[in-house]
Design a binder for this molecule. Structure first.
Ligand code: SD4
Length: 337
């Protein structure tokens, strides 16, 4: 079943029932009660740490991140290792290995990562390296820079021990060949056709980190870069306030510096849910906005561990692992007409 067609999939994984620190007091609930709460709202006020949220349906990735957190790892390790699960998953055609190529048949990756200190690293137009998020982390930790692009990013990755490989799988090659028959290029987005993974985590110490990784818009122009590796657009983390990550048509996210906007709205007192809704309204309420043709979705978490998610159209969802429950939560959305 495709991830976008899941409405909700609650599961208790092998990580088991987490014992964390509860920031906001609340009577203990059975796991059935927790699932029922999750099904009715994408905003949880109960804040048990650690917690992980991610865009779309990625329960294996959130399970990995929670495993890292439960083993005492920090939020940065958790988001990196969580994202790596999807990067290695060849069946996911918009992240890492198996990602759909640009219109010339090249798989090019964008990724970024940001830690609790506000340090960040990113790679754009990276080819032949599966774990773009890990290269982004190396940029953050081992260079004086924030972004590396293209061949330079690849050479840097190789110098750090990453093995180059062909990322174009047979399935993605076939899809590209079919697309080439008509080769219609419209820089709009199939509303259901995006699965970039953006992940945010709060560890037991209450520290926040985030990461984002994608192969970007399918059949994009050669050289096109989206929002996902752009700090402030695809991802922003402020350890005093909270964090946000975006998915969907990157051009629209970049034009409104979406993730930074969501974090700043939370700084002004909005809940994560209200902040995501306001950021979407900035896009859809632009004069002459053609929002009916594209999707954008945001997920956010604040320092208290409250979460929110919102998108322009239906079918966007957030995966959330908290308090021993790893589940997909259908997002509320703007276009109900
Ligand atoms: C981009 N925002 O490159 C990314 C694509 C995406 O799910 O989110 N895919 O524009």
């Amino acid at each position: 079943m495709k991830r976008r067609h899941f409405i909700k999939n609650a599961s208790l994984t092998s990580v088991g029932l987490a014992v964390g620190s509860t920031l906001v007091g609340c009577a203990e609930k059975t796991s059935e009660e927790k699932k029922a709460t999750a099904a009715t709202s994408s905003t949880h006020s109960k804040a048990t740490l650690p917690l992980v949220i991610a865009t779309w349906h990625v329960i294996d990735a959130t399970a990995k991140a929670m495993e890292v957190l439960q083993a005492g790892g920090n939020a940065l390790d958790a988001v990196e290792q969580g994202c790596m699960v999807e990067e290695a998953n060849e069946k996911g055609q918009s992240v890492g290995k198996g990602g759909l190529p640009d219109r010339d048949g090249n798989v090019t990756l964008d990724a970024c990562i940001m830690d609790k200190h506000g340090n960040c690293g990113s790679v754009v137009y990276l080819q032949n390296i599966t774990h773009a998020v890990s290269v982004a982390r190396k940029v953050m930790e081992d260079t004086p820079h924030v972004m590396l692009a293209g061949e330079g990013a690849k050479q840097f990755a190789v110098s750090k021990g990453f093995e180059p490989e062909d990322l174009l799988t047979e399935a993605s090659k076939e899809a590209w060949k079919k697309w080439k028959v008509e080769a219609k290029y419209k820089p709009i987005i199939n509303i259901e056709n995006h699965d970039t993974i953006g992940m945010l985590a709060i560890d037991k110490n209450g520290d926040i980190s985030g990461a984002c990784t994608t192969s970007g818009l399918a059949y994009k122009m050669g050289g096109r870069v989206g929002d996902s590796p752009i700090i402030g657009s695809g991802l922003f983390v402020d350890n005093e306030i909270g964090a946000c990550v975006a998915t969907g048509l990157g051009e629209e996210v970049v034009k409104t510096v979406g993730s930074f906007l969501v974090v700043e709205l939370m700084r002004q007192g909005k809940s994560p849910q209200e902040a995501c809704e306001e950021a979407i309204s900035r896009i859809v309420n632009k004069p002459n906005s053609n929002y009916k043709d594209f999707q954008v979705g945001y997920i956010a978490v604040n320092k208290k561990g409250e979460t929110g998610s919102y998108s322009i159209h239906q079918w966007f969802s957030m995966t959330k692992f908290q308090d021993g429950v790893n589940e997909q939560i259908q997002s509320d959305y703007f276009n109900k007409a």
